[in-house]
Design a protein around this ligand. Structure first.
Ligand SMILES: *Cc1c(COP(=O)(O)O)cnc(C)c1O
Length: 363
């Protein structure tokens, strides 16, 4: 079957160049060749995340590190900020790890605000919090600067941040933010095949992890640090992914990070405009729209102006060779999502809008 171009919010379309790098001849993971490869991507990752800390490579999807962060850093109780399917799930995952966990739930489509978190942390019950920067299920971004600002008031609380669908599309300065963990899976804005996660920890997080029992081995942050210091990973990594990452990071710096960030913002704005012009409105609260995907209100939220048969829309768009997303979790069908993350350009986005326009005429 012909390949349908991915405009779903992950995995996203992977370039020929990236695939070619992915298919590099295999090397041993304890040899100099691998160390050289990791040592080459390390400063690029540190530059991407504006950090002096070592950036770790985890052969897992993002959830591996999300669960790992809970197992490494929670001893008293974790506050899970919840505003969509992924962030809601993190509470469940924390409980499955046997941790005390509590949710701070806001309406889907709303961001989580610092004042709400502050009110809960003030109880002194918590030693960690989880936050999803860009809630992919609702296309909503929470204000990371404002929230990270709370770290000064609560230095002993571990701030664990998922930037799975925003890392490399938005400037995230890890050291300056002062948070404790920042993580992403590479099948989203990095536009790589799924199966690799990158993450970074603060010195405080590493010190805390060292005091926590039962953190296991595969996702032991102390092991990641020890190995990364020698340009290695704790276990045999997906070396193919790291070749792909190396190629991808070269792409990022060739484009320029600022250009990359403004491209994502520009394309997201174009998609929002397409939706508004078609008579839809957006699902996220105004001012908190994601820059990597657009979540369109198709009835999930009161006040929608237009409603379409999303399954039919998907089908009509797919007939033109493009896959779009029909909404996630409890807002499946009452929203739909269009991704602009990764390697998309003005030209490729225009192809998407043309396909959508054609489809809309047949609805
Ligand atoms: C996709 C996604 C995840 C889950 O990633 P996996 O790679 O499936 O583990 C977690 N958080 C966010 C925000 C996501 O978009």
């Amino acid at each position: 079957m012909a390949h349908a171009k991915l405009h779903i919010p992950g995995p996203v379309e992977v370039s020929e160049k990236t695939f070619k790098a992915f298919c590099s001849p295999m090397i041993g993971h304890r040899g100099q060749g691998f160390k050289d490869l990791y040592a080459k991507v390390q400063p690029q990752l540190q530059s991407l995340l504006s950090t002096k800390q070592l950036v770790y490579l985890s052969t897992s999807s993002a959830w591996g590190v999300m669960e790992g962060a809970i197992r490494n850093l929670v001893s008293k109780k974790v506050l899970c900020c919840m505003c969509g399917a992924f962030s809601d799930k993190w509470l469940d995952v924390a409980k499955r790890c046997g941790k005390n966990a509590e949710g701070l739930q806001v309406d889907w489509g709303s961001p989580v605000r610092a004042a709400q978190i502050d009110a809960r942390l003030a109880s002194g019950e918590f030693d960690a919090l989880t936050l999803i920067h860009n809630e992919t299920s609702t296309g909503t971004m929470s204000p990371i600067d404002e929230i990270a600002g709370l770290k000064k008031k609560y230095p002993n609380v571990m701030f664990i941040v998922d930037a799975v669908s925003s890392m490399s599309a938005v400037d995230l300065k890890f050291d300056e933010l002062g948070i404790d963990v920042l993580l992403a899976g590479t099948q989203k804005a990095f536009a790589m095949p799924p199966g690799l996660a990158v993450f970074v920890c603060s010195p405080a997080a590493l010190a805390k992890a060292a005091t926590i029992k039962d953190r296991g081995y595969y996702f032991d942050f102390v092991e990641f640090q020890k190995n990364a210091a020698e340009s290695m990973t704790p276990s045999t990594p997906s070396i193919a992914h790291i070749y792909a990452l190396s190629s991808k990071l070269d792409d990022f710096f060739q484009e320029g990070l600022e250009a990359r960030y403004s491209r994502h913002l520009r394309l997201a704005k174009m998609t929002r405009e397409w939706a508004l012009n078609q008579g839809f409105n957006l699902f996220p609260e105004a001012g908190f729209e994601s820059v990597t995907l657009t979540c369109i209100n198709n009835g999930a939220k009161p006040g929608n102006k237009r409603t379409v048969d999303v399954a039919k829309l998907q089908k009509l768009v797919k007939e033109q060779g493009i896959l779009i997303d029909g909404g996630y979790g409890k807002i499946k069908g009452t929203t739909f999502r269009l991704s602009n993350m990764g390697d998309e350009t003005d030209a490729t986005m225009k192809q998407l809008y043309t396909a959508l326009d054609n489809a809309m005429q047949k609805l």
